[in-house]
Design a protein around this ligand. Structure first.
Ligand SMILES: NC(=O)c1ccc[n+]([C@@H]2O[C@H](COP(=O)([O-])OP(=O)(O)OC[C@H]3O[C@@H](n4cnc5c(N)ncnc54)[C@H](OP(=O)(O)O)[C@@H]3O)[C@@H](O)[C@H]2O)c1
Length: 247
């Protein structure tokens, strides 16, 4: 129980990697809070969590007032997980409004949550922020211009937070979770637009693998890696977390 006494907020914690992260952080002993953007999603997450202690909050990431109010709680850990993949389409085929909506959720809202969380973390002398990144932050994929640009921006935000606040005890990581069997990958498969969409579902990783790694990053065991953009596919990281080597 390495995170006993710590409080954590996972954005978009009602399904997928976010939900698995809620479980992993709770198993590590943290007091876990998560956001969902509808009461139906909140109720479904509660059912999925069963006996796992965690508190759900209704909040859309883009709702600045709701997120600022929630983050006044002063969490020790923030996992910026909530994100959308769309609009999926080549640049001439997507609408600028949809593109901007992706950037608002995946980047601007993550910046806002980071900013509001940092205020409390700096006041109490430390905290951990994990920004859920992607291979798409570093390599373009056909049809994903908004997603790639947003994740690339988030990777730079990770570096900016490290540069400005590491000395004040802020531990920040970018973490690419691999190709994981979630609804997001279902939408990607349905699009058929690029090589990622052609990956068979059976080849995707279970969400509890990145979740275990995220919880590990929140412990002092990961101190040597602060400020970095990490990828779950790195053999050294997998070994440190206790995940099996990739075949
Ligand atoms: N799955 C992969 O292979 C993969 C690979 C690389 C990176 N990632 C990253 O991993 C993270 C989790 O992805 P996932 O695969 O678990 O995705 P997912 O199954 O699609 O879940 C996304 C979560 O984000 C929430 N969300 C989206 N927009 C939101 C908003 N405006 N406000 C609040 N919550 C919002 C969703 O809430 P609703 O239920 O309300 O929609 C849901 O809880 C994302 O950052 C994603 O980019 C995933």
């Amino acid at each position: 129980m390495k995170l006993t006494g710590k409080t954590a907020l996972v954005t978009g914690g009602n399904r997928g990697i976010g939900l698995a992260t809620v479980r992993a952080l709770a198993q590590a002993g943290a007091e876990v809070h998560f956001t969902a953007r509808s009461s139906a999603n909140l109720a479904a997450a509660r059912r999925d969590l069963g006996e796992t202690p965690a508190t759900g909050h209704l909040a859309n990431m883009t709702d600045r007032i709701a997120m600022a109010t929630l983050l006044e709680h002063g969490f020790d850990i923030l996992v910026n997980n909530a994100a959308v993949i769309g609009p999926i389409g080549r640049i001439l085929d997507v609408q600028v409004e949809d593109w901007a909506a992706n950037i608002d959720i995946n980047l601007t809202s993550a910046f806002h949550a980071t900013q509001r969380a940092l205020a409390g973390m700096v006041a109490k002398g430390g905290g951990t922020i994990v920004n859920i990144s992607s291979g798409a932050a570093h390599r373009p994929q056909e049809g994903w211009s908004a997603y790639c640009a947003g994740k690339a921006g988030l990777a730079m935000l990770t570096r900016s937070v490290h540069m400005e606040y590491a000395e004040q005890g802020i531990r920040v990581f970018g973490f690419a979770p691999g190709v994981v069997d979630t609804d997001m990958q279902g939408a990607i498969r349905a699009s058929g637009i690029n090589p990622v969409s052609k990956l068979p579902r059976a080849s995707l990783a279970p969400a509890d693998e990145p979740a275990r790694a995220i919880a590990w990053l929140c412990t002092p065991a990961a101190d040597a890696l602060v400020g970095q953009e990490l990828d779950i596919r790195a053999p050294d990281l997998r070994a440190a977390v206790g995940l099996p080597p990739l075949g």
